[in-house]
Design a protein around this ligand. Structure first.
Ligand SMILES: C[S@@+](CC[C@H](N)C(=O)[O-])C[C@H]1O[C@@H](n2cnc3c(N)ncnc32)[C@H](O)[C@@H]1O
Length: 275
């Protein structure tokens, strides 16, 4: 996988648009950024910081826990975890431009002492094997079809007794050929697992106490509302980011809403532990 391929997903074009949002909120390019303002723009998953709160509670994070956030995007969940739970967080992100913006935002939030950004691929050898008490991944595994290796890397990153929390897509019905093509190009997502595949892959990687919850229903509502609200804000979006960004994201959000509505794409929340 290269950075270039993943850019077929429009969410990842012009990632510096977060700076335009901050300027629009009255925050200049070199100003400190209050986390509560930034949180409106830096969460690239569903249900924003509510979802992160649920993850923090589910893994019962404490300040001494060392946390790895896989596919950390702009660093939204990593900064929120550091600030709410007081943990040191390593934010691992594949894409260079996303990583750069994320690192800068963390410095501007005054959280660089707790959040360390690393650019890299989770499929590579872990830099700190056994170094983490908790691992999170919000909507990053959908980009990684090599699940055997992926879960093995998660296993290796955790200390014995450490836990992982993942929110991601799965194949709930049977995706049509057209749906598969759309996911491959517009979401950079191939070979999504069925729930049975997930249980088997996690077991093979040595992960235990697996619990998977189907959250498709609430995600279907969420992505429908996101697509509706984005289109309703067309004038604002074009004024702030331009026609091209609006058209790309409008297509992206409405595509996701359509895929969930059709019923073959599912959403799940997974917790597992390294024995
Ligand atoms: C939908 S975004 C979610 C970002 C973040 N988790 C959040 O919720 O705000 C998925 C992220 O995973 C990253 N990613 C995809 N494949 C990766 C890999 N193999 N290693 C590390 N990061 C990866 C992408 O570059 C992207 O930034």
């Amino acid at each position: 996988m290269t950075d270039g391929d993943i850019k077929t997903m429009k969410l990842y074009s012009r990632v510096d648009r977060v700076y335009a949002e901050l300027r629009n909120a009255g925050i200049g390019d070199d100003d400190p950024v209050p986390l509560d303002v930034l949180c409106r723009f830096d969460q690239y998953h569903y249900r924003g910081t509510d979802a992160v709160e649920e993850g923090i509670a589910r893994l019962a994070l404490r300040p001494h826990h060392r946390v790895l956030d896989v596919g950390s995007g702009l660093g939204g969940p990593a900064r929120y975890i550091a600030s709410r739970a007081g943990c040191a967080v390593t934010a691992l992100e594949l894409q260079e431009d996303v990583h750069e913006v994320a690192s800068r935002l963390t410095r501007r939030c005054g959280l660089a002492h707790l959040v360390r950004h690393r650019q890299g691929n989770v499929l590579d050898e872990p830099a700190e094997p056994g170094g983490f008490d908790a691992l999170f991944a919000w909507l990053s595994f959908l980009h990684i079809p090599e699940r055997g290796r992926l879960y093995r890397r998660c296993f290796e990153a955790l200390r014995p007794g450490g836990a992982m929390y993942v929110e991601d897509y799965f194949e709930r019905g049977t995706l049509t050929g057209e749906e598969r093509d759309t996911l491959a190009v517009k979401v950079y997502s191939r070979d999504l697992p069925r729930l049975d595949d997930l249980y088997r892959d996690l077991d093979r990687a040595g992960l235990a106490e697996v619990e998977i919850e189907d959250v498709t229903e609430s995600w279907t509502d969420h992505v429908a509302e996101r697509a509706r609200a984005y289109r309703a804000g067309r004038a604002r979006e074009i004024a702030l980011h331009g026609e091209e960004v609006f058209a790309g994201l409008d297509d992206f959000y409405s595509t996701i809403a359509r895929l969930f509505r059709a019923g073959n794409l599912g959403g799940m929340r997974l917790v597992a532990r390294k024995p």
